[in-house]
Design a protein around this ligand. Sequence first.
Ligand SMILES: *[C@@H]1O[C@H](CO)[C@@H](O)[C@H](O)[C@H]1NC(C)=O
Length: 204
Amino acid sequence: MSRKLVHILSGLLFLASWPIFSTSTGARYFASLVPSLNCLRLVMHGLSLVPDDGLIKSVTRRGNPEELLRGPLFYVLVLIICAIVFWRESPIGMISLAMMCGGDGLADIIGRRFGALKIPYNQQKSWAGSISMFLFGFLVSISMLYYFSAFGYIEFEGVWTVKRVALISLVATLVESLPITETVDDNISVPLASMMAAFLLFGY
Ligand SMILES: *[C@@H]1O[C@H](CO)[C@@H](O)[C@H](O)[C@H]1NC(C)=O
């Protein structure tokens, strides 16, 4: 359970902290300091340069250090890329993080608890998980966009925005449901699909 809370909360708190940074051009890099240090930590422990059982337990599924270099490393890289590339000027990064942390994170928790009924083309994923992914990806994205629009960084254009976010959430959910997890980590496929869909639909 704590591994999933890390998955959900570390990214969402990072995203929610963006408004506290200044308007200077260096702010996005300064904000990326924390995930960058985490990135370094994952690489060091992933290569077993320094042992850290607590870290390994808190983010990996099977408990071997090399796992840190896959899902968890991609996760922090996505945090850094979203901050540096999109920052507060575009809804793309906000939505991508909401889908990866909120959507995928909650889908994992709910899927494990209520996911007896699997989806037809992937025995690893369940209806409960996919429906939660869609719902929470959508709700967390909408909340984040609303939050950033309240600070005046982006514009929340009512139904226009809601419809687009619903479509992006559907794309992210479909990609997450595909039986490709062995080849592409969900921590890459979900944010990447969300970024592309958001770029096509929002255009900035
Ligand atoms: C994604 O990253 C989180 C946070 O580091 C980690 O707990 C999770 O296992 C990763 N997911 C996958 C599918 O590797």
